[in-house]
Design a binder for this molecule. Sequence first.
Ligand code: FAD
Length: 411
Amino acid sequence: MSDTPIIIVGAGAAGIGAALECKARGVPYIVLEAANRVGGRAYTAAAGLPAAWDHGCHWLHCADVNPLVEWADKLGATYRSQDVANPFQVWDGGAFADAQGVQDYGSAIDRAFETVEASGLDVPIPDVLPDAGRWEPSVKLILALMAGDDATGVSASAYADYVDTEHDWPVLSGCGALITAMAQGLNIRTGVAVKAIHQREGGAIVTTDQGDLEASGVIVTASTNVLARGAIHFAPGPAADLVFQLDRVPCGIYEKVAFAMDALPDEIAQTRFLSVQQSGHDMATNFQIMHGDAPMMLCHMAGSYAHALVMAGPEAMTDYARGALIDAFGTRIEDLIIATATTDWTNDPLVLGSYSHALPGSAQFRRDMITRDTGRVVFAGEAFSPNWQATAHGAYASGRDVAGRMAALVS
Ligand SMILES: Cc1cc2nc3c(=O)[nH]c(=O)nc-3n(C[C@H](O)[C@H](O)[C@H](O)COP(=O)(O)OP(=O)(O)OC[C@H]3O[C@@H](n4cnc5c(N)ncnc54)[C@H](O)[C@@H]3O)c2cc1C
């Protein structure tokens, strides 16, 4: 076996998965991470609030088959694996919905997802949706959160490639903290930005902001937006050809506003999610409710209105979310808010968005790009997961798979 390492670009869930696979196989590797921390879109931080919270991934989706659950158990992360009796509350233009209303809301959302999953059409998601009637604003928002962007720009067929087992467990101790802990002991150099990759016979030269490195193979895990915008130069060849087309699988917009609360209002003391449908808004505003010693309400916003807010800045994002809370609870809610914080994945130069989706007409392109032969410079990450795209476990599994294939190729 050659001593020349496989170079892994990026230490998010995919890069960490790839490194663990190389380590398990005894293949030399180095992970180069431009940021000064590992984790990428997996990031748990307090950021001025009383308790830490996940800026990016928080849920172990498909938890019954999610490979990160084993890591969570091994590393002592805490998660909630039991369903909650009444997870939803909905406020609809003036009042909280009664039990029947909440049930209808849930049915409208289930119907929308079932229709998208059954459609098989490579067209914008709204083209296949049934009429959700009164619950249209909530359906629109949930679809945008799941796709990471406005549903109008997302292929229904590609979205339906995701295989959902419908077990979703929140990581109470932080999903970002879990993925960061998985990187302990790996050969990772942080603060090193990869600038260019030149594939050549038997490997590649990787140019960084700190000099050149020789690689037996390269696994690139930067987001599709980072790659499509040319942050890394690829010498002409199959990898460059693929990067040139990655704007067909862009990362959209999904951001959070966190409200640290002195206490939670009684109306939501038993629930986990609140959807606020305000008159004059064609999309609802969604809050995740975190119970415990340091309660929080996390506003999740996605798509074009979230884009406008994030570009206007943290104050605009916070005011928007606060406005929905005031509509639902009155100004008394303001006395319960201790502190606020916001995410900004959209403007983070090392991410530039939320997570990937295929544009309408690009479903088959997405499937093909995952299996395309690009020689010794290959790609992994959430966008390259066949059936768990857009997720942390999908990124991790993609990293492990791709590294396994690269290790076999270079050994
Ligand atoms: C708001 C939000 C909520 C989410 N919620 C969930 C959830 O609940 N559950 C779930 O499973 N998923 C969720 N996700 C998605 C999940 O976080 C991502 O799919 C996953 O973390 C992506 O991992 P990755 O390794 O593919 O990419 P990344 O995490 O983006 O890792 C790529 C790494 O490459 C680095 N990099 C970029 N350019 C360079 C360069 N030139 N040189 C060196 N390094 C570079 C970056 O700094 C980064 O660390 C969420 C994402 C967001 C944004």
